[in-house]
Design a protein around this ligand. Structure first.
Ligand code: UDX
Length: 457
């Protein structure tokens, strides 16, 4: 049985994967060129916010099943299976930057001393794996057999530990039965628990990841486009989503209308898919994705415009105070990459509003990318004297706010619930002007007889 695994690249994906592999019973080494990250992980500390990961990681570091190093040589000597989890960041043109991936292959392969399997987990443009296989062949030392497989990762931030240990599907892009066998050994536990396995070739495995994320982005932008129509017709997008979702061909998930998608994956993967399709002369096939991006961007524009309209502009520049609740791209995360909340906050600041941001976990990373904004240490401090309150990331803490208490702190009583999840009734009862993005909250809505309402899924 495969016993020894290396995970190369210990960022968000790699650190979680390394801890997950140790939990599945393997001996694991995690490797990264960032010495500070390796020091932190070796001490059992996770340098980002992910519920459950610090416990899992420190348990296996303490037990000796998981260790971290900056030496790729150590990984080359140690492991039978090497998972490559390095980042493939976006270039200014939208394409993926593969330089970290190439650097790993160039450093690892010439140092290999025994037969092994290299498994790509990074999200890459379709066609990358086949090109890497050629590169690997050219670099492989004599007498050693090295194979390449692709095994995309679908974990969600905030649920990364669960998703790693209980994947909802496993995709193996392989070129030989031996590589499939090896991957089935690695994932024997989730497979025994019923995780479906799709065995395919390298390009299909690469495409699954970006197309899954492009599809999720499409669902979100679809419902947000409907939200735009709801706003001008008096229809209610949340009930519309419930009604659509009862059709199991559609499904209720990812029909949460609001401020739109952000994060390290959806925006980047949509752009990378467009860029790669254009490179392949197939731009027309994904032309619709430009529309998906357009809807997503308009959500942010709408919140900025509505906030400025709601603010009492004091003179040519000063727009008054805005309390921004949320900086992370979604709750249960401290990730601010492509965060819709932070973009709205920055644009309001640029327009002349006095913006104070509060996020339970993401203030430190937010401050490092948007130092021009004010950050409050508590929700109370952010709300004090605000003219307008923006609910931009739906942390549980914000859902539990008492509108009467909030109203005692703020100067004005205008709130925009840009995630469409707060209960409007107590806010309306406390005298708030409660604005949404396509959700009907007029008191008249409450008068609709309950039998005409659709139960939520
Ligand atoms: C995503 C994919 O879900 C995951 O499978 C992949 O491995 C990585 O990319 P993640 O980026 O962690 O995961 O976030 P996700 O939960 O998918 O949310 C993405 C964005 O969409 C967030 O900004 C979220 O607020 C937004 N969203 C999600 C909506 O606006 N509405 C919804 O109904 C769902």
């Amino acid at each position: 049985m495969t016993a020894r695994i290396s995970v190369i690249g210990t960022g968000y994906l790699g650190a979680t994967h390394a801890a997950g592999m140790a939990e599945l019973g393997f001996e694991v080494i995690g490797v990264d060129t960032d010495a500070a990250k390796i020091r932190s992980l070796s001490a059992g500390t996770v340098p980002f916010y992910e519920p459950g990961l610090p416990e899992l990681l420190s348990k296996h570091v303490a037990a000796g099943a998981l260790r971290f190093s900056t030496s790729i040589e150590e990984a080359a000597e140690f492991a039978d299976v090497h998972f490559v989890c390095v980042g493939t960041p976006q270039t200014p043109g939208g394409a993926a930057d593969l330089s970290y991936l190439h650097a790993v292959i160039d450093a690892l392969v010439p140092r290999l001393t025994r037969n092994c399997l290299i498994v790509g987990k990074s999200t890459v443009p379709v066609g990358t794996a086949e090109a890497l296989a050629t590169r690997i062949e050219a670099l492989t030392p004599a007498g050693v057999t090295v194979e390449l497989a692709w095994n995309p990762e679908f974990l969600r931030e905030g649920h990364a530990v669960f998703d790693t240990l209980h994947p909802n599907r496993l995709v193996f892009g392989v070129t030989t039965p031996g590589a499939e066998w090896e991957l089935r050994q690695v994932y024997a536990t989730p497979i025994a628990e019923g995780a479906p396995v799709v065995v395919t070739n390298l390009p299909t495995a690469e495409l699954v990841k970006v197309s899954a994320n492009a599809f999720l982005a499409t669902k979100i932008s679809f419902i947000n486009a409907m939200a735009e129509l709801c706003s001008i017709t008096g229809a209610d997008v949340t009930l519309l989503a419930d009604a659509l979702g009862h059709d199991d061909r559609i499904g209720r998930k990812f029909l949460g209308a609001g401020l739109g998608y952000g994060g390290g994956c959806l925006p980047k993967d949509v752009k990378a898919l467009i860029a790669r399709a254009e490179e392949l002369g197939a731009g027309e096939s994904v032309e619709f994705l430009h529309g998906i991006e357009g809807v997503n961007q308009r959500r942010r524009d709408t919140v900025v415009t509505e906030t400025l309209a709601a603010l009492d502009r004091k003179d040519d520049r000063a727009y008054g105070r805005v309390a921004v609740l949320g900086a992370a791209f979604k709750p249960l995360s401290d990730d601010v990459r492509e965060s819709p909340a932070l973009e709205v906050a920055k644009r309001l600041h640029d327009a002349g509003a006095l913006v104070t941001v509060y996020d339970p976990e993401a203030s430190v990373p937010a401050r490092s990318v948007a130092p021009q904004l004010r950050y409050a240490a508590s929700v109370e401090a952010a709300l004090r004297k605000a003219d307008v309150v923006l609910h931009l990331t739906e942390w549980q803490e914000f859902r539990e706010l008492d509108p009467v208490w909030v109203g005692e702190l703020t100067a004005g009583r205008v709130i925009i619930d840009a995630r469409n999840v707060l209960d409007p009734e107590p806010w309306l009862a406390a005298g708030w002007n409660f604005k949404t993005l396509g959700r009907l909250v007029e008191p008249a809505a409450a008068a609709v007889p309950s039998r005409d309402r659709v139960e939520s899924a």
